[in-house]
Design a protein around this ligand. Structure first.
Ligand code: ARG
Length: 401
């Protein structure tokens, strides 16, 4: 009897799904699909604020089209736990400064938190079967026992079919058949893909860029920004302490006016597909350039060389969304240890698309003007003379063979 009551209650119970919602075409189309195609009675949307400018739009649509909407402000957490870690690791995958890749695990974690709170039956994301984001989301979603639903991947809709489905369901989307760009933004970078951009031989039209000015419209005189670092992370601009979010926003703004931080690359996706990607990331370019320069000043040459290997593996795991992998933690431990001395100030000149370091100083510099200067005599030049006798010894012995 009690079994039957339980069974009946189970059948009557509302089936609820929590969808990670960006407000873009794919996730917007997911809302009616989750109801009509998967039979959910309740679709809850979660938009995680990682500094994307179109947040209000996503919130408005989430509230209008879903049964319940949450917007979670994760900007500080994103900067502290993800962007700052990427700076310490000189975060770069094949030339890509890891914007989308960095934010996905955090967005997924926030979605899971809401799903647990809402006692949902399932988690959903809007990723397709070709990209990287499906893996990044699911690495986190599957830490729960909930079902994982990916309507766009299951139904394999083309972008044009998605646009049509949205039109039929009266869901406004900004993409059109003429401008089908798929854009992903957060505080650290903006990515633009899709449409004609998929042809690596196609020159991107200026309209795809929003954060950076084209070179002919950049400021006509250079700006020098002094960035203060403490333990590997930026803490001040031009001598003024600033919190991370504001500091990055400021550098995006000024760097953008100088046209700094555009990348157009062929990138190897997780599945092995080569993809053509366009990015804008002024603050990331400025901060990564400054940070690397400061490391050159304070770390030993062995640390620098070894850390390049560590950084590359770190970036690869971050790209793959494997941030809970033990190796990722191990690498981060080493990286953090090296950053204890990465404290100092770096001046970066911004002009005509370039961010160039023009000065640096640090209390921790492994630099001796006395020893290196052309103007100073060596304490004892005999030492170098004796050492020079041995230099290249093995090559000479080899030649004699
Ligand atoms: N290729 C980048 C990555 O995998 C960015 C993808 C962003 N997605 C987009 N729809 N623009 O991290």
């Amino acid at each position: 009897m009690s079994y039957l009551i339980d069974k009946l209650a189970g059948e009557l119970r509302m089936k609820k799904v929590v969808l990670s919602y960006s407000g873009g075409l794919d996730t917007s189309v997911c809302i009616p699909l989750l109801r009509e195609h998967y039979g959910f009675d309740s679709v809850v949307t979660v938009t995680t604020d990682v500094g994307q400018p179109d947040l209000k739009e996503a919130e408005k649509k989430g509230k209008k089209f879903s049964d319940k909407h949450y917007t979670i402000d994760a900007k500080d957490e994103f900067v502290r736990d993800y962007i700052f870690s990427a700076i310490k690791a000189n975060g770069n995958y094949e030339g890509y400064v890891l914007g989308t890749a960095l934010a996905r695990p955090l967005i997924a974690k926030k979605t899971v938190e809401i799903a647990l709170k809402e006692k949902a039956d399932a988690l959903a994301h809007g990723c397709t079967g070709k990209g990287n984001d499906q893996f990044r989301f699911e690495a986190v979603f599957r830490t729960t026992n909930m079902d994982v639903i990916a309507p766009m991947r299951d139904l394999n809709l083309t972008r044009e079919e998605g646009i049509e489905y949205a039109r039929v369901h009266d869901i406004p989307v900004s993409v059109t058949k003429a401008k089908p760009w798929s854009v992903d933004e957060n505080l650290w970078s903006r990515s633009i893909e899709g449409g004609k951009l998929e042809d690596p031989g196609y020159v991107p039209p200026e309209e795809i860029f929003q954060w950076t000015a084209p070179l002919e419209k950049t400021l006509n005189s250079p700006t020098i920004m002094e960035i203060g670092f403490e333990r590997g992370v930026p803490v001040a601009l031009n001598g003024k302490r600033m919190d991370g979010v504001a500091l990055i926003q400021r550098l995006n703004e000024i760097g953008g006016k100088h046209g700094v931080g555009r990348t157009d690359i062929i990138e190897d996706r997780i599945l092995g597909l080569k993809a053509r990607e366009n990015y804008e990331h002024p603050a990331a370019t400025i901060l990564l350039t400054a940070h690397k320069d400061l490391e050159q000043l304070v770390l030993t040459r062995d640390e620098i060389k070894f850390k390049m290997l560590v950084d590359a593996k770190w970036a690869e795991l971050a790209y793959h969304g494997l941030v809970d992998d033990p190796l990722f933690t191990d690498l981060s431990t080493l990286i953090n240890k090296t950053q204890e001395r990465v404290t100092g100030e770096v001046k970066v000149q911004l002009f005509k698309g370039n961010a160039r370091v023009v000065a640096r100083k640090s209390q921790k510099a492994l630099y001796s003007k006395e020893l290196v200067s052309f103007d100073a005599k060596m304490p004892d030049s005999k030492t170098a003379k004796e050492y020079a006798k041995f230099y290249g010894l093995q090559a000479r012995l080899f030649k004699k063979m």
